[in-house]
Write a protein that binds this ligand. Structure first.
Ligand code: 2P0
Length: 337
C-alpha cells in the first residue's frame, strides 16, 4: 500500500548563542543546567525530507546526497523513535537531508539538523504540534536545536521538571524586529579535539568554577533579555562577551582542562577590543571551538570585516543577520517510488 501522504520537508536555520548552554542535568532528555539565549541566523540551514512508509523494514538515511554512515543512521533512528512513540506509530522512514552549514563556517550543524528533522518527521507522521511542542522534541536530538524552531532572538528556558516538559524555547523578538550583523570569523586551526557534548560533561563533573557559572548565568539571561527588549546594543554586547568568556573560564578549570582557543582566537579578541577603543561598537563570542563570532551594528559591518580580514590568522569572514524559524517546504528533496 502506498503511503505517499506521510511525507514532509522542513528547512531550519542554525543559531548562535549569546548566553551559552553549557552543561546538562539529564543527558538522555537533553535537559540543561542553565537557560540560554540565541539569535537564529539567516545564512546557514538544513533542509530535510522525511517519508514514513509501510514497506520499510528499517530507517534509511541519505545525507548530502550520499548514504549516511551507520553511526549517523543510529542517532537519527533513536530520535525518530521518540517521535514514533509520541505518535503511537511504528512505521520506518526514509530521511533525506541537505546540510548547508559548511563545517568551515564554524557553526554546529546539529541545531539546524535536528530542528529540520523534528519538524519534517512530526509533520509527516501526522502530529500537530505547537512550536513549543516541536521545540521540546528537537531538544532531544541536540539541545541547541530547540532554539532553531524560532526566528530572531530566542530564549531556551531550562525548566525544572524531571520529565523535561517545561524545558523548551520561545521567541523574544522576531527576525525583523532588530537587525544586527553576526560575522563568523574563521581562524587557522587544527582539528577540534573535544566535542561540545564531552566538553560540557567534563566541565560539570570536574570544574570548581562551574558553580560560579551556575550562580551568575541567570543574571546574564535577565540582563541580555532587557538589552534586547530595549534594543541596547552596547549593553547586550557587554553581557554576551562576558558570558562567553565565563563559559570558557569554567573549562579551564576542568580535569583535564579544555582549551578551545588557538592563537588566532586571541588575535581576533584583541582586535575587537582595539576597535572598541577606536569608537566602533563590536563584541565577540566563542563556542566550543577556535572560531570567533563577532557582533556589530549593520552600519559598521564593512569596517569591522575589513579590520578582521587584515589579521594574519583570519582565513574567512562570513556575514549573517537574524533569520527565520523553521518552515515547511512544499517541494520535497526526493519522491520515492
Ligand atoms: C550553545 N553550544 O548554547 C552552546 C555554547 C556550544 C557552546 O549548544 O549535546 O550540539 O547536542 O545538546 O547543542 C553545542 O552543543 O550539544 C552548544 P548537545 P549541542 O549553543
Amino acid at each position: 500500500m502506498s503511503s505517499n501522504k506521510l511525507i514532509a520537508t522542513a528547512k531550519a536555520n542554525t543559531n548562535i548563542a549569546l548566553i551559552k548552554y553549557w552543561g546538562k542535568r539529564d543527558e538522555k532528555l537533553f535537559l540543561p543546567m542553565n537557560s540560554s539565549l540565541s539569535i537564529t541566523l539567516n545564512n546557514f540551514h538544513t533542509i530535510t525530507t522525511v517519508e514514513f512508509r509501510e514497506e520499510l523494514k528499517e530507517d534509511k538515511l541519505i545525507w548530502n546526497q550520499a548514504p549516511g554512515s551507520a553511526k549517523e543512521l543510529m542517532k537519527i533512528s533513536s530520535f525518530l523513535d521518540i517521535i514514533r512513540k509520541e505518535a503511537g506509530a511504528s512505521l520506518y522512514a526514509n530521511v533525506i537531508t541537505e546540510n548547508h552549514v559548511p563545517t568551515a563556517a564554524g557553526f554546529a550543524s546539529s541545531a539546524s539538523g535536528y530542528a529540520a528533522l523534528a519538524a519534517a518527521a512530526t509533520k509527516a507522521i501526522g502530529l500537530d504540534l505547537s512550536p513549543e511542542g516541536l521545540s521540546k522534541i528537537a531538544r532531544q536530538g541536540s539541545g541547541s536545536a530547540c532554539r532553531s524552531i524560532y526566528g530572531g532572538f530566542v530564549e531556551w528556558q531550562k525548566g525544572c521538571l524531571e520529565d523535561g516538559s517545561d524545558s523548551f524555547a520561545r521567541q523574544i523578538l522576531d527576525e525583523k524586529a532588530w537587525n544586527v550583523t553576526i560575522l563568523s570569523v574563521m581562524v587557522t586551526a587544527g582539528q577540534k579535539k573535544v566535542s561540545s557534548r564531552e566538553g560540557m560533561k567534563r566541565t560539570v563533573e570536574s570544574s570548581p568554577f562551574y558553580q560560579g557559572w551556575l550562580d551568575t548565568v541567570g543574571e546574564d539571561m535577565e540582563a541580555a533579555k532587557k538589552a534586547i527588549r530595549n534594543r541596547d546594543f552596547e549593553f547586550l554586547g557587554a553581557v554576551l562577551e562576558g558570558n562567553a568568556l565565563k563559559m570558557h573560564a569554567t573549562m579551564l578549570g576542568a580535569k583535564p582542562p579544555i582549551i578551545y582557543w588557538e592563537s588566532g582566537t586571541l588575535e581576533v579578541i584583541h582586535r575587537i577590543q582595539d576597535l572598541r577603543q577606536e569608537g566602533i561598537l563590536t563584541f565577540f563570542t566563542i563556542d566550543a571551538g577556535p572560531n570567533v563570532k563577532v557582533l556589530c551594528e549593520p552600519k559598521n559591518e564593512d569596517k569591522v570585516k575589513q579590520a578582521l580580514m587584515g589579521l594574519r590568522s583570519v582565513q574567512k569572514v562570513i556575514s549573517c543577520n537574524p533569520g527565520e524559524g523553521v518552515k515547511y517546504l512544499s517541494e520535497h528533496l526526493i519522491e520515492w517510488t
